[in-house]
Design a protein around this ligand. Structure first.
Ligand SMILES: Cc1cc2nc3c(=O)[nH]c(=O)nc-3n(C[C@H](O)[C@H](O)[C@H](O)COP(=O)(O)OP(=O)(O)OC[C@H]3O[C@@H](n4cnc5c(N)ncnc54)[C@H](O)[C@@H]3O)c2cc1C
Length: 486
């Protein structure tokens, strides 16, 4: 670092400056450094600091393998999720997480661990610090960064906004679901629950999260406009009254509030200006999904890993910049759409037994869930019925993620799919489809793919092809299987 003699330092020129050191910022910074970029990360808070999003979905650990952080997290003293208590349909049940890959974390420590990982990979971290001034000059940014008592100047080719919901870079945020507010508070006591619990209420849903330090976070998700209805004198009174209607604090005889009742915006949105040739938004800055899935952190990390490949393409293959930007926009838009449909279908199951606008509004746009085959589909896979590819299937070239760059490659286009699909569960689909011969049974196809594709993945892929009408019964296709129309 050079000093200009006036208490200001110059960090010089870097490939990328990442602003925000949550999971999205730390992961994109680490991944870019891994790809050979010179990266500075600016985080305004000193860590550890508290943050919502303490229940990590099972996909997080495997994503962290890419930047070598999985082991650190596994050894971080966080709590594995063995099962979740659910009361979504009026009866109390238990959802067992056989793989125990979900985690309950202290976000202060979890986020600090990822920033430490980024630093170990060569990222220069300025923390606590903030960008006091930013000026765009043709194809780079001039940044003035305030850290401790010193001001640092920096030239960055790409600016990455990873500041979460704070809308640091201007954009075009489109709300994708009704306004939702989370009222939440932490409890202490000796008889607190030791398992997460999710529950549907009349005009709210509830989420209870036991944390590694022995405290218990209780969250009540309400309509964003409901606070104005004047039913309760305060947010605290509303929170306590609603919580008392749930089973979250059942058997908690000595629970005491630790800190105050707080409110946080939990409304899902998509920023339609997520990428330019000199800037990129990742994590909550670009896309917020419904908190019902408890996978905001996973989604943030996914966008960071994809975003790193996009930035690498912008930096080193300017000729492919348009393709990379198109890919990123479409990728986020599809993810937003998919999550919205998934969440709506879950709200719809409650809406079916209540007239409350809370559930009706959120159930709009419900779609069938894309799950592992069950029932008749499973029977179809196991049957000896011969199948064939639907004649409306096309293999088209589209932008998709390569190991280091966004590249154009083959993908499946079919009226049953919203967008062309190149990969499913990490498997490239075009070569698999190429191996399908008319008249094979579904299981013969799966065996043809083996050992390239493990049996379980093969069955999931064949189920997906059948469900979307890409694979149809033979002879007589497509009428017998009603190949969907566009
Ligand atoms: C009520 C609620 C419950 C949730 N529950 C879950 C859950 O159970 N599981 C789950 O996976 N997700 C959950 N989420 C979502 C999850 O919190 C987010 O998706 C996730 O934290 C997004 O990560 P991020 O890195 O994009 O942003 P953040 O985690 O918000 O990180 C942004 C970082 O940027 C820093 N920053 C902000 N502005 C600046 C600036 N100007 N300069 C420098 N630094 C800045 C902040 O200090 C912060 O460290 C929940 C969200 C809500 C609202």
């Amino acid at each position: 670092m050079e000093s200009n003699g006036h208490g200001a330092n110059a960090l010089g020129a870097v490939d990328a400056c990442v602003v925000g050191g949550g999971p999205a910022g730390a992961v994109i910074a680490a991944r870019l450094a891994q790809l050979g970029a010179d990266v500075v990360l600016v985080e305004r808070s000193a860590f550890p600091r508290a943050h919502l999003g303490e229940s990590l979905s099972p996909g997080v650990l495997s994503l962290l393998e890419t930047i070598g952080a999985r082991r650190d997290v596994e050894e971080g003293g966080f709590l594995p999720v063995r099962s979740v208590l659910t009361n979504w349909d009026g009866t109390l049940g238990e959802r067992v997480d056989a793989g125990e890959q979900g985690l309950l974390v202290d976000r202060g420590r979890f986020d600090a661990l990822l920033v430490r990982r980024a630093r170990a990979m060569g990222v220069r971290v300025l923390q606590p610090a903030f960008v006091a001034e930013r000026v765009r000059r043709e194809s780079e940014w001039l940044l003035s960064i305030q850290a401790a008592q010193a001001t640092t100047t920096l030239r960055a080719r790409i600016l990455v906004d990873a500041t979460g919901r704070s809308a640091w870079l201007p954009g075009k945020r489109r709300r994708t679901a009704p306004r939702t507010l989370a009222l939440y508070a932490y409890w202490r006591g000796r008889s607190l629950p030791d398992r997460p619990r999710i529950e549907a209420g009349g005009t709210a849903w509830y989420w209870g999260v036991p944390l590694p330090d022995g405290s218990y976070n209780t969250l009540v998700f309400v309509d964003g406009d409901s606070l104005r209805d004047g039913t309760y004198p305060s947010v605290q009174a509303r929170f306590r009254a609603l919580l008392a209607r749930s089973g979250l604090m059942e058997y908690c005889v000595d629970a005491e509030l630790s800190g105050s009742v707080r409110a946080a915006d939990a409304t899902p949105y998509l920023d339609e200006e997520s990428v330019t040739s000199v800037s990129l938004k990742v994590g909550d800055s670009a896309l917020v999904i419904d908190p019902l899935s408890s996978s905001g952190v996973q989604k943030a990390i996914q966008s960071a890993l994809a975003g790193a490949i996009v930035v690498n393409t912008l930096l080193r293959r300017p000729d492919a910049a348009d393709v990379a930007m198109q890919f990123y926009r479409e990728n986020l838009s599809c993810a937003s759409h998919r999550h919205r449909g998934w969440a709506a279908s879950h709200y719809a199951t409650v809406q079916a037994r209540t007239d409350s606008p809370f559930w009706t509004d959120r159930a709009a746009g419900a779609v069938e869930r894309d799950e592992a085959p069950t029932g008749s589909l499973a029977a179809r896979i196991a049957s000896n019925e011969p199948v064939a590819l639907c004649p409306r299937l096309e293999i088209v070239s589209v932008p998709r993620l390569g190991a280091e760059y966004v590249e154009v490659g083959p993908a499946l286009r079919h009226p049953g799919l919203e967008t062309p699909v190149g990969y499913l569960g990490g498997q490239e689909l075009a070569p698999l489809v190429h191996d399908i011969r008319t008249g094979m049974t579904p299981l013969q196809v799966v065996h043809t793919w083996s050992p390239r594709v493990p049996l379980k993945s093969g069955i999931a892929i064949i189920g997906w092809l059948l469900r979307h009408g890409i694979l149809v019964s033979y002879p007589g296709s497509p009428s017998q299987d009603a190949c969907p129309t566009a």
